[in-house]
Write a new protein. Sequence first.
Length: 322
Amino acid sequence: MSDTAVATQYTEAPVFLQAGDDTIFGIVTHPRGWIPRTGFIILPGGGTPLTTNRNRLSVRICRHLATLGFTSMRCDYHGTGESTGELQQIRLDQPFVEDVAVAIAHLKDMGVERIILAGSCFGGRTSLAAAAASEDVAAVMLIATSPRDYMMGERIGARKAADWSLSRYLLEAIRPRTFRGLFNPRLRRSYVSHARTKMRQMTGTLPGGKRRLEERPMGTEIVSPHFDGHMRSLASRGVPVLLLYGNEDVFLEEFQTAAEGPLADVMNEALGSIQVRTVPGRLHGLTTVAIQDAVFDEVVAWAGAYADPGSADAVGGSDEAR
C-alpha cells in the first residue's frame, strides 16, 4: 500500500499520560472513524528512545497497522523527547514498565480490549516485563533482545568478562595495538571499563564495593533472572512470544545458548507459544535502511494475525482527540 493511501486511512493525536511524577508523551494512531479493539504498542531501543525510532520506523509501523485494524501507540520514555523526568541510565534489568503501564491503561480507556507489544533491545526487555505484569497483553514480539543483563555501553565488556580467561586478558594487554590504543581517550576508557568488569566478575563485587556472593556480575550469566522469570510467566499463561533476530546478531547466539540451557524446559513446555525467527543481517541498532525495512515487514506480517479488521464501535468520522 502506498504512503498516500495509508495517509488517508488513519487519525493521529498526541497524548500526555501521568506515570508517577513524570508525564509520558505518546502518539495514538487508529483507523479514521473508529477505534479497533486490538491495541499495539511499539517500544524503541535505548539508543533511540523516542516515539519516532530510527528513520521514523515506529511512525511507519503504527500508521500502516491502522490500515489493518489496530489502535497503536508509540511513546517517548520518561526523561526523553517530550516526556518529563530524568533518564540517568539504561539497564536491561531495569525496564520502564510504568511507562508502558500508563500507555496500556490509556488504550483500555479508549475501548481497546487486548494489547500487543513489540520492542527492540531495551524496548524488547521492557515489553517482556510489561507483558508479564499485565493480563491485558495478548502477544509480545522481542526484536534483537538480549537474554542477559547489560547497562548501556557495557555489553562488550561484560561479554569479554564472561568469555575471556585472565590469561587472555593479559595476552591482549601486551599486544602492540592495545598499547597504541592507550593514546586514544575513547579506547583508553573502553579498556578501563572492560578491566573493571573482569575484576568485578573475579572478586564478586559491584560498583561501590558491595558484595554479591550468590550472583555473577551483570552480563556474565547465561540468562538474566528477570528474562527467565518473565518468559516463564508468559509461557504459563500461554501468551505467544516471537523473538526476532538477525542471523548476525550477537544476541541470537546468547538466546540460543540460553534456550539449550536454563530455558530449555520453558521452550519445551511452551509448545510453540515461544517462537524464534531470523532474517539476514544484524538487527541490533537498526543501523541500515534495509534492516529497518526488514523489521517493518516482519512486524506488520506478525501483527496482522492479531488485527481487528471487522466491525468495532464506530466513533464517527471526526478527527477530534479521543
